[in-house]
Design a protein around this ligand. Structure first.
Ligand SMILES: [Zn+2]
Length: 138
């Protein structure tokens, strides 16, 4: 009966990030449903283990912009997959203007930095796919 709660909803419940009605709906479901409670415990245990879904990372950091040095690390491709996914999400989906401006500025600086041509090429190659269809490059 309570299988309609997704993991993402349970994660949001743990973060107290759901609307009040949804919070109390899950709370009352938890009282009568041992399997839902064990799912919640499993999610909580996984979080304690340091594994976070993109949704959790976003909720935890949505009020916090990445620092300029984190954006620089992102451009160089040296962040963990989760950090890079968060920054890509922040820039591309959240569309934070401040960070996009910072990011563009850093990218311009990287364009004048002759020390890292390989990394620069890699970055532009990976972003080129977003700007034009694959077949246009032939
Ligand atoms: Zn931002």
């Amino acid at each position: 009966m309570h299988d309609d709660f997704s993991d993402a909803e349970l994660e949001a419940y743990l973060d107290e990030a759901l609307p009040v009605a949804a919070m109390s709906q899950i709370e009352s479901a938890l009282r009568g449903d041992a399997s839902l409670a064990s799912r919640l415990a499993a999610i909580n245990g996984r979080r304690d283990g340091g594994l976070h879904s993109l949704g959790e990372i976003w909720r935890r950091h949505r009020l916090t912009c990445p620092t300029r040095s984190e954006l620089g690390s992102y451009l160089l491709g040296v962040l963990s997959a989760a950090q890079a996914a968060y920054i890509a999400f922040h820039l591309d989906l959240v569309g934070c203007r401040c960070c996009r401006a910072n990011h563009d500025d850093l990218r311009r600086q990287a364009g004048t930095d002759a020390a890292a041509p390989g990394r620069r090429r890699k970055y532009f190659a990976s972003s080129a796919g977003y700007l034009q269809p694959e077949r246009a490059k032939q």
